[in-house]
Write a protein that binds this ligand. Structure first.
Ligand SMILES: Nc1nc2c(ncn2[C@@H]2O[C@H](COP(=O)(O)OP(=O)(O)OP(=O)(O)O)[C@@H](O)[C@H]2O)c(=O)[nH]1
Ligand SMILES: [Mg+2]
Length: 470
């Protein structure tokens, strides 16, 4: 405990020093965290945001872009040598090249530095001179935030929790069968450890495919370069004897190593340095999947968002050392699947999904907002007559067939509780409406000079997140 506190204190100290060094060169740094569960739209968001900040023709609602304060924006080497660079060029080529397609899934942390030369517009221009502001964008999986809950639990508690969840979740048979033939008190044999860890990982994968999002430890599903290492080769065990050198003793040790070597460094080295945060949420995808997916999403978001209340967790308050995330934007992504007439409803659902967490974060001093956005608009809007009525639709090219189609996903309720209440009550299906989803391909775009890729409200999102610092 004490050692942990000292180690954390030391890191903060070094941080503070490097902070002053940056200050001495009078360059300002904003660290923007971009997170969301897998497939939420992180990669597309960062790519389009950066492209639109470099070519600001479509950023009318970002004040510093509209009034000309931003003179130039350019990419620079990032400050952290050991973090993979966000592969901006490859992702942009995918989205805006001659045969546009969605980028590959990315499964780990990455970072990109975009720097601005800024000079205040108008009367103040001469007074303040030209400043350099660095925007460090950090992309990390939302699943990693779920591991925060492990820090407060020891191996026995975590095992007990995991078995309790298993009671109400499908696909645990194979792992249970693997446990039947295991002897936790016997001397550790590595093949046996691997066998149990593999069966447990398969169980986590299956539950995630079933739509459950809180499947800790997070790195078992997104191992990256740690695949096969001892910190990822353990599994929960029922309570029992754990003599020295036994499988049970070693699993408990590896669980502690996972917390120490994987979870804590992420929070300390990346999470605690974030100033501004956007949480991307595929709310439409969950609504389409049905009430259970919506309820699971709500719960998972609530758990993820506890990370933004450092006061509630002693490890977090220590590494934050009084600092906090100043602004948090909750963004429902892929809003181009909806005609804009329905965007207020989507935003209201987004607000309702995170309302508890938002209240608490507001209370902790962060400014929060909810919004509906599309980082890359893949559709155009239209109205079609459908029998007696006219219907608001969006049109685009379908990803699977390559055919053009008009799409109306169903009418979202004006009152979000019409979705969230049945979801909370465990309904199997929506009562009076089916929500369809279609996957559109990115459209070929001919960009005019000075314009970034088409989007919906990316400029408003940028204004909320960084507008005050430009
Ligand atoms: N129509 C539309 N679809 C989008 C948009 N953003 C993302 N998508 C869809 O969502 C998918 C996932 O987007 P990504 O940006 O790769 O999501 P991610 O969060 O980086 O996903 P992982 O890297 O797998 O965690 C894409 O392949 C698209 O199908 C958008 O603005 N509009
Ligand atoms: Mg990605």
């Amino acid at each position: 405990m004490v050692i942990g506190a000292i180690a954390d204190g030391v890191t903060r100290g070094v941080e503070a020093v490097s902070g002053t060094v940056t200050g001495a060169f009078s360059d300002e740094v904003i660290r923007l965290g971009v997170t969301g569960l897998s497939r939420a739209g992180k990669t597309v968001f960062i790519t389009s945001l950066v492209a639109n900040l470099m070519n600001r023709g479509r950023m009318g609602q970002l004040r510093a872009a509209a009034n000309g304060s931003i003179r130039t924006a350019y990419l620079q080497p990032q400050p952290d040598d050991t973090v993979p660079r966000f592969d901006y060029e490859t992702h942009l080529d995918a989205l805006t090249g001659p045969a546009p397609h969605w980028p590959e899934s990315t499964r780990a942390i990455s970072e990109l530095r975009l720097s601005f030369r800024v000079q205040q517009a108008g009367l103040l221009a001469g007074l303040r001179g030209v400043r350099t502001v660095h925007l460090d964008i950090v992309d990390y999986p939302g699943e990693w935030l779920l591991d925060l809950a492990l820090i407060e639990k020891d191996y026995a508690e975590w095992s007990a929790d995991t078995f309790a969840r298993m009671e109400v979740r499908p696909h645990s048979e194979a792992f249970r069968a693997a446990l039947e033939t295991a002897d936790p008190a016997a001397k550790l044999e590595e093949p046996e450890a691997k066998r149990l860890a593999a069966a447990f990982t398969e169980y986590l994968k299956a539950t995630r495919e079933e739509g459950y999002s809180d499947c800790t430890p997070g790195r078992f599903l997104l191992p990256g370069e740690m695949e096969g290492s001892p910190v990822l080769t353990f599994a929960p065990l029922p309570p029992g004897e754990s003599p020295r050198g036994s499988l049970a003793r070693e699993f408990a040790r590896r669980y502690d190593a996972y917390k120490r070597e994987v979870v804590k460094p992420f929070f300390r080295e990346h999470f605690a340095r974030i100033d501004r945060q956007i949480v991307l949420v595929d709310a439409l995808g969950a609504i389409h999947a049905g009430p259970r997916a919506v309820e699971d999403l709500r719960r998972t978001l609530a758990e993820i968002l506890t990370a933004f209340r450092p006061g509630a967790n002693s490890f977090l308050s220590r590494i934050f050392g009084g600092k906090r995330v100043e602004r948090i934007l909750f963004a429902a992504t892929k809003a181009d699947h909806l005609h804009h007439a329905q965007h207020p409803q989507l935003t209201a659902i987004m607000e309702a999904l995170v309302s508890d967490a938002r209240r608490r974060a507001d209370f902790a001093g962060a400014r929060t907002q909810a919004m509906s956005i599309a980082a890359l608009r893949a559709t155009t809007e239209d109205r079609v007559s459908h029998g007696e009525e006219t219907l608001d639709v969006v049109r685009g090219v379908l990803l699977d067939s390559g055919k053009r189609a008009a799409f109306h996903p169903g009418a979202l309720p004006a009152d979000p509780s019409h979705l969230l209440v049945p979801a909370r009550q465990g309904a199997e299906a929506w009562l009076d409406e089916d929500y369809a989803i279609m996957r559109f391909a990115p459209q070929p775009i001919a960009l005019k000079p000075g314009e970034g890729p088409p989007h919906i409200r990316l400029d408003r999102a940028a204004e909320f997140l960084i507008g005050d610092r430009l």
